[in-house]
Design a protein around this ligand. Sequence first.
Ligand SMILES: Nc1ncnc2c1ncn2[C@@H]1O[C@H](COP(=O)(O)OP(=O)(O)OP(=O)(O)O)[C@@H](O)[C@H]1O
Length: 274
Amino acid sequence: MNAIRVRGLTKAYKGHRAVAGVDLDVARGEVFAVLGPNGAGKTTSVEILEGHRDRDGGEVSVLGVDPAEGGREWRSKLGIVLQSATDAATLTVREAVRHYAGYYADPRDPEEVIDLVGLTEKAKARVGTLSGGQRRRLDVALGIIGRPELVFLDEPTTGFDPEARRQFWGLVKRLAAEGTTILLTTHYLDEAEALADRVAVLAGGRIVAEGTPRTLGGRANADATVRYLAAGGYTEIRTSEPAKTIAELARHGEPAELTVTRPSLEDVYLELIK
Ligand SMILES: Nc1ncnc2c1ncn2[C@@H]1O[C@H](COP(=O)(O)OP(=O)(O)OP(=O)(O)O)[C@@H](O)[C@H]1O
């Protein structure tokens, strides 16, 4: 059984179709990233899967249960990290994490979770005094404290500095290695590439492409660009056979500043959402 199965999901707000027929399958243990521009319908879709928002139509199954009818036991198997920050300003980080641990039958060790998200030095700080990125880390800590089978991460690293993002990626990889299924929305293409087994691109409420980060939008088979510096400036050659092109060039000497590139995930993504 898949962790998530969605067929024909629709949702409109006052006649505006935010989600216009989405199909989605996420296998257990998979890290799945949903990409898409602002307003594409990512948060709406994820909130429906979490049971936080009603849908208009379609079938949805999350860990075998329709989220519209999910009870407490079902909910306890989910880890939810919302876009909005935690509202526990007067508690300390340690108190907040311990408090949330109390909601679950078999929580992780609060100290270990604080360490995992890199907040050990802030354990005694009040939540209201944390920086934006630190609050986000706390949100993640609260999302995983209950040892969830499925974690929803909605734009988890927005506001993180580069070092914190890398640390967070390590955390996601660790959760995935433990067998946790992860559904992630993100605006960072490198994040999707680093973490996701598969990605879907949502635009205008529909999935316009789906695949592994390596193959999305025909990326793996796309032409390469060979670029080098010649007397008159940079020359670029698009080719499906870059090795041959370079061998040909090399017959006339070593080309200066030679590079071979293929479209990045970002290039493919920007093309897809046009
Ligand atoms: N509560 C609401 N009432 C009315 N319209 C809404 C509501 N929530 C979302 N929308 C609209 O639905 C569309 C999809 O919004 P959604 O938040 O799902 O997009 P998103 O892909 O998560 O965007 P972002 O990347 O900006 O977070 C947008 O046009 C948005 O304005």
